[in-house]
Each structure stands twice: as structure tokens, then as C-alpha cells.
Ligand binder design. Structure first.
Ligand code: PXP
Length: 248
């Protein structure tokens, strides 16, 4: 049974990537966030990376000031990021692993091995009223640990599923999709809210959107790329349509 309308969080990091390629102010991620809001996004996601390669501190301030939609603030589990999150108190924080050399967030958070540290790390964020999400692989021990330390949400990493699809490995892709489905059900059974993100595009979104336990999808890179061809609002509207159709 579907638990209501599936939310779409639009990740605007790569508007900032294009801006930063030249410096200056254009294109403005805040303007993109406002447009996404008007186009039917249910939330905005932005990742303030340690190296500030896309979103900047000023962008986070601007988003907090300009948005009426909830901001999902993606961050690594560092003291610096915790201070910034506690200053802004966004609607949600999504804790992600971060490696300087990676092109994007390649894997899930190692919650099981770092349970104690993460429990202490998220406690003040929860106390400040932020919904705490942990970005994890579709892996039972990681999900169990997330529940044990009191996370509100797990966001399941869809990267492997999307990569296998793009590479044409359809048997392996279907196995990965099944793993995501099972782990969405499992996380839900532990009382965690389930989100999915990373790498989703028009041709991969629907099977995931159909999982009844999934409450939110966070999608960025594909939508910002598609905006070059369609415009941002139509690109988001098409994603919304595919999600709603799959949810049926
Ligand atoms: N969710 C999380 C936790 C992420 O780290 C990212 C990438 O920053 C996304 C969703 C969005 O992924 P993509 O840009 O590939 O759609």
C-alpha cells in the first residue's frame, strides 16, 4: 500500500557547479531553487561539501532566507558542518560520506562501524529540531545501525542500480533493484522513513517510485542536465509525472 504522495526533492548542486566553472553569480542556484519550487518540487536539497566545489556557505544562507519549501542540507559528519547546520537549523540534514577526490558521493555512510561516533554526532542536530537522514547503501547492517542510533530517515543509495542500468547489465540491475525494494521494506519495518537518491533519471525512476515504502526521491544531476534541453520547470514536471504514474 502506497503511503501517500511521493515527494520530489530537487538537488541544485550542479547549478552551482556551472556557476563556479566561471566564477561570478550565474547561474544562480537560489533562482533555480525558487523555480523548482514553482515547478512542483516538494523540497530542495543542497550539499555543502568540505571543499565547497559547488554549493557555498552564502548559497545555504540564501536558500534558508528565500525558500518556503523544506531544505534538505546534505553534509559530511564533521564538526564544521555540524556547527553550520546548528546555526541554520534546516528542516532536514542528510549525513553523507565525503572523500575529497571523489567526483560525487560514491558510497553509503559507514554507520555500522561508526555507530557510536554518529550517535553522538546526530544527537544535537535532532535536539535542534532537524530531521536526521543517513545516506546508506541498501545493506541490512547499515539500516539496523541507523535505526539503533535514532535516525529519522534512511536515504538508500540508488547509484549501483542506475549505473548497472546505464551499462546495460539488466540482470544485475534487477537484482540491485530487488535489494533496494527489500531494504526499503526492512527500513520501514524498523520505523525509519525511507528516501532514495543518487543517479536517478527518467529511465530509472519509475521502478523505485513504485515502492510503497519510499516517501521521497532526491534527484539532481540528471534534472539540471535535462534543463539545458527542456528548461528546468518542464524537466521537473516530467519527472513528477513519471513518479506519479509509477505510484499509480
Ligand atoms: N541524495 C544524496 C544523498 C546525494 O548525495 C546526491 C548527490 O549529491 C543525490 C541524492 C542526488 O544525486 P544525483 O545528483 O545523482 O541525482
Amino acid at each position: 500500500m502506497a503511503k501517500g504522495r511521493l515527494r520530489l526533492g530537487v538537488n541544485i548542486d550542479h547549478v552551482a557547479t556551472v556557476r563556479n566553472a566561471r566564477g561570478g553569480a550565474n547561474p544562480d542556484p537560489i533562482r533555480a531553487a525558487i523555480l523548482a519550487q514553482e515547478a512542483g518540487a516538494d523540497g530542495i536539497t543542497a550539499h555543502l561539501r568540505e571543499d565547497r566545489r559547488h554549493i557555498s556557505d552564502a548559497d545555504i544562507e540564501g536558500l534558508m532566507a528565500a525558500l518556503t519549501l523544506p531544505l534538505n542540507f546534505e553534509m559530511a559528519a564533521t564538526d564544521e558542518m555540524q556547527k553550520i547546520a546548528l546555526r541554520h537549523k534546516p528542516h532536514a540534514v542528510c549525513i553523507v560520506p565525503e572523500k575529497r577526490e571523489e567526483r560525487t558521493t560514491e558510497g553509503g555512510l559507514e554507520v555500522a562501524r561508526e555507530e557510536n561516533r554518529l550517535a553522538h554526532f546526530i544527537a544535537p542536530l535532532r535536539d535542534a529540531g532537524c530531521r536526521v537522514s543517513l545516506f546508506v547503501a541498501a545493506d541490512r547492517p547499515q539500516i539496523e545501525s541507523a535505526a539503533r542510533i535514532g535516525a529519522t530517515i534512511v536515504e538508500l543509495h540508488a547509484g549501483a542500480y542506475c549505473d548497472l542500468h546505464a551499462e546495460g547489465h539488466f540482470v544485475a540491475r534487477d537484482a540491485e533493484l530487488e535489494r533496494l525494494r527489500e531494504m526499503a521494506t526492512y527500513a520501514d519495518s524498523l520505523g525509519l522513513e525511507v528516501h532514495v537518491g543518487h543517479g536517478l533519471a527518467y529511465d530509472t525512476v519509475q521502478p523505485v517510485a513504485a515502492f510503497p515504502e519510499v516517501m521521497e526521491l532526491n534527484i539532481g544531476h540528471f534534472l539540471i542536465g535535462e534543463a539545458i534541453f527542456l528548461g528546468l520547470a518542464p524537466a521537473i514536471a516530467e519527472m513528477r509525472r513519471l513518479m506519479d504514474t509509477a505510484r499509480g
